[in-house]
Design a binder for this molecule. Structure first.
Ligand code: GLU
Length: 484
């Protein structure tokens, strides 16, 4: 199986959509699972929409997901170039071959001619297809039209009857009646070859063995098979991945929330969580005994379990709740160092003043609440923003609570910091000295330290904040409690 060669062939006309990312992932997984080669080919012939910027965005998203290609842009390979706009000589060479063999012909129909044909077919209740008007023009007619200054498009001459049958790796036997298809354009009058043609030339010359792509391309496959045959190329195997739908069963769109990899990255998802989640859109790991959730899989595990016979032909539903849950699990499992690296704001925050120890204390106190990367810094304000809350503290202007604050200060005077154990001992001692218990003891300390009625647990204030800051908040509160 070591000859397996697959490719991801995106048209970079915008951000990488989750559907594209899932196609890239399945190609990557299949290649890795069989020790094959995973190729990235950029189908950038749409010169208006395929900008340098969108190519950059695409590569960035693939790199971020960790779907690194073996051959392609920036990586090279023997069967490049890997940008279609650099392969026009190859396309023209093969178009000429088809013209010479009589398998293709110039078409002089204008867009108006074609529109008229279409409208007539629809009016007569027929499926529109090209009539073949230019299929049998004589050499002289062709020359006359060229001499009159018309630049033709080139159409592929499809067999007039017959059936295209192929065994799809996911859908099984698939049949198309070629008589229902009109001769299709392989090169436009502006000189640009069309997708079906470039795709075949590239897949054949790049020695692709398995074409795995979205099932929106299923109807292109018979056309491509006919081109393979006309060009004398060996056929690859085809596998068409099911669509990804929103939870309401409709085609995934903006109204379902983030749909591009870049949006997911910006929203604070982790690449490992996203690839794990995407791997389950249309594929499932084999049943096995595990104490863990069987769907939580590292990339290595996915590769070791991956096979096309576990890829489903029914549409996959993108369940955001599951993705969010998965992201939280992945995020909370990261080490402090990994979190610090992923969230540079931690080191930049004036609250931590680059105090590594304090950052670690903060992460241990808050990590249980992380679902998205943004949650990591979202809690800083709870600790850092403080103003004395006179309304909350007024009911505690009692001698017992003044004693409480005073003792808090004396008992912590000699210390540099408070550990969880220290804090436990401190509360015991405070209770003994003031005879305050339960909420009479804890609430006023929380109000003094946080200035708020609700927020992080009291113990977190004691262990995250520098002791100097803790003592200063208690000191300020004590002064207020003493005021008459
Ligand atoms: N450029 C095509 C697309 O992005 C490629 C389809 C294929 O994989 O053949 O949809």
């Amino acid at each position: 199986m070591s000859v397996v060669r697959v490719r991801f062939a995106p048209s970079p006309t915008g951000l990488l959509h989750v559907g594209g990312a899932r196609t890239a992932l399945f190609n990557y997984l299949f290649a890795r699972a069989c020790g094959g080669t995973y190729i990235l080919r950029i189908e950038d012939t749409d010169k208006e929409r395929s900008t340098e910027e969108s190519v950059k965005d695409l590569l960035k998203s693939l790199e971020w997901l960790g779907l690194l290609w073996d051959e392609g842009p920036g990586k090279g390979g023997d069967l490049g170039p890997y940008f279609q706009t650099e392969r026009f000589d190859l396309y023209n060479e093969h178009i000429d071959k088809l013209l010479e063999a009589g398998s293709a012909y110039p078409c002089f129909c204008t867009p108006e001619d074609l529109e008229r044909e279409r409208a007539d077919a629809l009016k007569n209740g027929q499926t529109p297809k090209y009539s073949g008007r230019c299929r049998d023009l004589s050499k002289q007619d062709i020359q006359k039209k060229i001499d009159s200054g018309i630049t033709p498009s080139i159409r592929f001459k499809i067999p007039l009857d017959g059936e295209i049958v192929f065994e799809d790796l996911i859908h099984g036997e698939t049949r198309f009646d070629s008589s229902l298809m009109g001769d299709f354009v392989i090169k436009r009058s502006n000189g640009y070859p069309t997708y079906n043609f470039t795709c075949v030339v590239d897949d054949a010359l790049m020695k692709i063995t398995h074409v795995l792509r979205g099932d929106d391309h299923l109807s292109n496959t018979p056309k491509q098979i006919m081109l393979y045959q006309a060009l004398g190329f060996e056929l690859p195997l085809f596998g068409h991945l099911s669509m990804i739908l929103g939870e309401d069963g409709s085609r995934l769109s903006k109204r379902h929330g983030a749909t591009s990899v870049e949006e997911f990255r910006e929203k604070g998802y982790l690449p490992a969580a996203l690839t794990n989640f995407l791997s389950l859109l249309g594929w499932s790991p084999p049943d096995r005994e595990t104490s863990e959730n069987p769907e939580l899989l590292t990339m290595e595990e996915i590769i070791s379990f991956f096979s096309l016979d576990r890829v489903s032909k029914t549409a996959a539903i993108l369940n955001r709740e599951k993705l969010d849950w998965m992201n939280g699990v992945y995020l909370r499992a990261l080490s402090d160092e990994e979190i610090i690296e992923l969230v540079p704001e931690l080191k930049r925050s004036p609250f931590f003043k680059d105090d590594a120890d304090m950052i670690h204390r903060y992460i241990s106190a808050t990590r249980d609440y992380y679902h998205f990367l943004g949650d990591v810094i979202a809690r800083i304000d709870d600790f850092s923003l403080w103003v004395i809350n006179k309304e909350l503290l007024t009911p505690f202007k009692t001698s017992a609570h003044i004693l409480l604050a005073e003792n808090f200060l004396t008992l912590t005077a000699e210390k540099d910091s408070l550990s969880i154990n220290d804090a436990g001992g401190l509360f015991k001692e405070l209770s003994k000295r003031t005879e305050l218990k339960g909420k009479d003891l804890y609430h006023p300390i929380r109000y003094m330290l946080s200035g708020k009625e609700e927020g992080p647990e009291l113990i977190h204030f004691l262990t995250v904040l520098p002791l100097k800051e803790i003592r200063s908040r208690i000191q300020n509160s004590l002064e207020f409690l003493r005021e008459s």
